[in-house]
Design a protein around this ligand. Structure first.
Ligand code: AMP
Length: 583
């Protein structure tokens, strides 16, 4: 610990922020206020690391200089389509080099990126497009028809389709074209030619002349990203994150890891770039340190093993199920992970056995962090050093303050050690919800404090432990699921009269989406058929793992379903007599 108290002012600081004592050596209490936008950050990485590999995809490499050139051409192509400062541009893409190019090209024009999960169903995507109203969408070609055939009032004027195979090396592309079943199946999983009218090809939009340097760049306080989240109450909302927010979080991450070597790290982009966590760790942080970002369109052990033979990872941000799968592969001798010096787990709680397995396999540290979309997303982290404390989500990041308050009255502070709602303040705290003043006012308090909706305790020395959530969202595999969205999908089924959806903790960490349904008179309960039905409306991770039939749902005096009670009842191993069967 490098914090001596020779300076009397430092005693005050330590009294107010006791966690500074736990910071790893070399980690500052504050980061200097950021001065570059994400656009300038990428330009300076491209200058400093010109010849270094920025992106790698199935072995195909793009240097920083090439990346900057592609961003400039793509920006010019988007400008020709009419994109201007402040416009929203939707990205509906898996991880691939063009995702990175499109992201920075949109930002270069001062426009706003809106990220989406490309595996969402047509219904889910339509709801999201209703929120942001983007006129241009850059999408995976496999979903281009879905977007191009949305109802008139939400359909973007321009749909631009990206063929993932175009980012691959020639020999992989040729192998995918072989007239054998295996190649056809692999190819079908990666690309599908759009049939809807008017869909443009990204390769032609993005490959014209570079953008004129006279086109104005965005400012630090301009919005860079609208990140869709179910937030604390459940309805889809778009969190506005500025260049300052996102650049600050990348800088805070850099400050947290003084042992990083600029220009030399190999970061594995396994987490989806469309999720706040993957976006900051891979799209911004990795690019800010001139890392080589190895991109995976999905988590597939074989792909990770193959990539590790060319570019072994040194930094691997992920979620516990991925760490478990990789540690197991390492024990079986399939992958050598000994070069991984840093691994940061977030988005869901990290079980201690996962930490032990991972650290044995790699010899490096696996630490847990905490954040939310509204904090760009990282706000707390475990020190990457001996003071880390497994089982906690760590201590506030540099330049980040926390408070614990009464959830029913956030002006009332809770004493140290007492449970309460966590509030966060720092340069990474978002600017509010897009077109959502009331929702913003509900979570952004005066003086910049953000209500997290998480119930925590904080130890005397500043380590935070999550106890519960005020908000009802369910976290499964690191993804958030809004119970009301799943309930609405189940209610579309003619046999379902009422539905309550909750998260049931599973032993290995994380939660299972679980539904209790009340059937209409005369209907016969068939959990498998209901799950099949839900799958048509919801992306895979939101589909309930278990559906239970119930005679009724517990409700309060005004008739609101008490999800908390449902959760307690369904958490018991024996949920009878009310229940009929499990799916
Ligand atoms: P999102 O906005 O999708 O990033 O979700 C944010 C929520 O995820 C937080 O408010 C927490 O409830 C939860 N979360 C984030 N990190 C952790 C963690 N390390 N352990 C448990 N829950 C977490």
């Amino acid at each position: 610990m490098s914090h001596s108290t020779a300076d009397p002012n430092e005693d005050d600081v330590l009294a107010a922020r006791p966690w500074l004592r736990a910071y790893a050596d070399g980690v500052p209490a504050e980061i200097p206020p950021v001065t570059e936008t994400l656009v300038e950050m990428m330009e300076s990485s491209a200058r400093k690391h010109r010849r270094r590999v920025a992106l790698e995809f199935f072995g195909a490499q793009t240097t920083y200089r090439e990346l900057a050139d592609r961003i400039s051409r793509a920006a010019a192509g988007l400008r020709a389509l009419g994109v201007r400062a402040g416009d929203r541009v939707a990205l509906v893409l898996p991880n691939c080099p063009d995702h990175v190019v499109a992201f920075y090209a949109v930002l270069r024009l001062g426009a706003i990126v809106v990220e989406h999960n490309p595996l969402y169903t047509a219904r889910e995507l339509r709801h999201q497009f209703e929120v942001h109203g983007a006129d241009v969408a850059i999408v995976w070609d496999s979903v281009a028809d879905t977007i191009a055939t949305m109802p008139d009032d939400v359909r973007p004027a321009h749909v631009v389709a990206v063929d993932l195979t175009e980012g691959m090396p020639l020999r992989t592309r040729l192998a995918l074209r072989l007239p054998v079943r295996r190649a056809r199946t692999a190819r079908a999983a990666l690309t599908r030619r759009p049939t809807a009218k008017g869909v443009r090809r990204w390769s032609s939009v993005a490959s014209g002349r570079p953008l004129s340097s006279r086109v104005p760049k965005p400012g630090l306080d301009d919005i860079a990203l609208l990140q869709l989240t179910s937030g604390t109450t459940g309805a889809p909302k778009a969190a506005m994150l500025s260049h300052r927010n996102l650049r600050s979080n990348a800088a805070q991450g850099r400050a947290w890891l003084p042992g990083l070597r600029d220009g030399e790290e190999v970061v594995y982009g396994i987490l989806p770039l469309f999720h706040a966590y993957g976006l900051t760790l891979c799209l911004t942080f990795a690019m800010s340190i001139g890392a080589r970002l190895v991109l995976f369109p999905k988590f597939d052990l074989d792909l990770v093993v193959a990539a590790s033979r060319i570019s072994p990872p040194t930094f691997l941000p992920a979620v516990p199920p991925i760490y478990d799968a990789l540690a197991r592969a390492s024990v079986q001798g399939r992958i050598d992970l000994r070069g991984v010096r840093f691994a940061i787990s977030g988005a869901m709680s990290l079980p201690i056995p996962t930490v032990t397995r991972w650290e044995e396999a790699t010899g490096g540290l696996l630490v847990e962090g905490y954040g939310m979309t509204e904090t760009s997303p990282v706000a707390l982290g475990n020190p990457v050093g001996p003071s880390r404390r497994p089982g906690t989500v760590g201590v506030p990041f540099p330049s980040t303050e926390i408070r614990v308050v009464d959830p029913s009255d956030p002006t009332v502070r809770r004493a140290p050690g007492e449970e309460g709602e966590l509030l966060i303040r720092g340069p990474q705290v978002f600017r509010g919800y897009w077109n959502g003043t009331a929702e913003t006012d509900a979570v952004l308090l005066p003086e910049g404090w953000l209500r997290t909706g998480d119930i925590v305790t904080v130890s005397d020395d500043g380590f935070v432990t999550i106890v519960d959530r005020v908000k009802e969202l369910i976290i499964t595999g690191g993804f958030n699921v809004s119970p009301s969205e799943v309930e609405q999908a189940l209610l579309l089924h003619p046999d379902v009269a009422e539905a309550a959806v909750v998260g049931i903790r599973r032993p290995g960490g994380g939660e299972d989406v679980t539904a209790g349904v009340v059937l209409r008179d005369g209907a016969v309960f068939d959990a498998t058929a209901l799950r099949e039905f839900a799958r048509q409306h919801l992306t895979a991770y939101k589909v309930p793992k278990r559906i239970v039939a119930r005679a009724s749902l517990p409700r309060n005096q005004v008739g609101k379903v008490l999800r908390r009670v449902v959760r307690e009842e369904m958490s018991r191993p024996d949920t009878s007599p009310d229940t009929t069967t499990a799916g």
